[in-house]
Write a protein that binds this ligand. Structure first.
Ligand SMILES: *Cc1c(COP(=O)(O)O)cnc(C)c1O
Length: 392
């Protein structure tokens, strides 16, 4: 938590103001031709060149994120979380390579593998991250990268990241992880063996549902590749958004703590409902993945899912439509609570749904993003919405 307050404040401005000024600039002015020529040569953060290489506001945010990620040498900012994922994959892959993608990855990650990367000659295989044998067997000589995500999108499975990253390392492949759920506060990805850690800042870091941004952090070797590729792609984030992300970052610790506490209470409450067959919340004792989560993670967040017991899609929609405090919408990690119906059959190739041991009807699921409302109010809202569902 202290690092959240102190990080990214080494710039010249720091003696005079707490927050870096919003430095809007495409053009930087040089005192003379000699300085202009020097400026071109030195391509590093903190050296003025041209707006596309950033300015103090963006550098302060990147510096803060690097300081928060143990083992990172630097951080590249991207205009969205998806831009960070695709930018990082483009930085490590070339035509002819094979990419392994965890089967429960964020849907746009799967789409990038099946679409853009395929068009540029990169093959992909989806792998079940809970099946280490199959994971290892999926490697071939051309496998150059592994894209991990934990917990899995929507279905929340927790995989053994140190084990999977270790297998990737032994096979000579670079491991990338989408760590948006836990952030660097909840899971130190590089320390647990990953090479590149990606975060959608849109979610917890922004925290107020008013900006889109992504980041990728890495040690020395991969940071240089990330930066070079991002510069060639022409990625840049606005200084206004960087200032908003920095503002969000300062309070992320207390927000996550509060959201985790409420999410855990709500998950407990849902566990006892007849209408609920399975609660998929890694922080909840007895929930799938809880043991690994306890072993590797230092924090959680407000995002988890549950599966209805023997209800159909219409019942699920009645429940969601009756909610008054929960918004219906994509994204998560904001101060407001959200509910989202989801169906995973179309976005899984290897992992079964319903899961082994579940009833065949246990398939209609809802993801909740718990915000900063009073937890008792959220439970009361869910209670009245279940009643509305049962009446229908
Ligand atoms: C939302 C999300 C992203 C993408 O972030 P955007 O800023 O919306 O592009 C990436 N990964 C996960 C797990 C997400 O939930």
């Amino acid at each position: 938590m202290t690092r959240l307050v102190t990080s990214g404040r080494s710039g010249d401005f720091a003696e005079h103001v707490v927050n870096p000024p919003v430095w809007r600039a495409s053009t930087h002015l040089y005192p003379d031709c000699a300085a202009l020529r020097e400026g071109v040569k030195l391509n590093k953060d903190g050296n003025f060149f041209y707006g596309r290489r950033g300015a103090p506001t963006q550098w302060a945010l990147a510096e803060a994120l690097t300081e928060l990620e143990p083992g990172a040498e630097g951080t590249v900012l991207y205009p969205s979380g998806v831009a960070a994922i695709v930018g990082a994959l483009l930085a490590v892959l070339r035509a002819g390579d094979v990419l392994l993608v965890t089967d429960n990855a964020y849907d746009p990650t799967r789409n990038a593998a099946m679409g853009l990367l395929k068009r540029f000659g990169v093959e992909h295989r989806f792998v079940d991250p809970l099946d280490h044998g199959a994971f290892e067997e999926a490697f071939c000589e051309r496998t150059k990268a592994v894209m991990l995500e934990c917990p899995g999108s929507l279905t929340m499975e927790v995989c053994d990241i140190p084990a999977l990253a270790g297998i990737a390392r032994d096979k000579g492949a670079v491991s990338l992880i989408d760590n948006t759920w836990a952030t660097a506060l909840g899971f130190a990805a590089i320390k647990h063996g990953c090479d590149i850690v990606i975060t959608a800042l849109t979610k917890h870091v922004g925290g107020h549902s008013d900006l889109m941004m992504g980041a990728a952090s890495a040690g020395e070797r991969w940071y240089r590749r990330l930066r070079q590729t991002s510069q060639q792609l022409g990625h840049v984030v606005s200084p206004d958004d960087a200032a908003l992300a920095l503002r969000g970052l300062r309070t992320m610790g207390v927000r996550l703590k509060q959201e985790t506490e409420s999410a855990l209470a709500i998950a407990h409450w849902l566990e006892d409902r007849d209408e609920v067959a399975h609660v998929l919340c890694p922080m909840l004792p007895g929930s799938p993945g809880h043991d690994l989560w306890t072993r590797d993670f230092t924090g959680g967040c407000g995002l988890f899912s549950f599966v209805m017991s023997g209800r159909d899609d219409a019942a699920r929609c009645r429940l969601i439509d009756a909610l008054e405090l929960f918004g219906i919408g994509y994204s998560w990690g904001g101060f407001e609570s959200l509910a989202l119906p989801f169906d995973v059959e179309p976005v899984r190739s290897k992992m079964a749904w319903p899961k082994a041991g579940w009833g065949v009807e246990d398939r209609y699921a809802i993801r909740l993003s718990i915000g900063l409302e009073d937890c008792g109010d959220l439970i009361a809202d869910l209670d009245q919405a279940f009643a509305a569902m049962n009446q229908g």
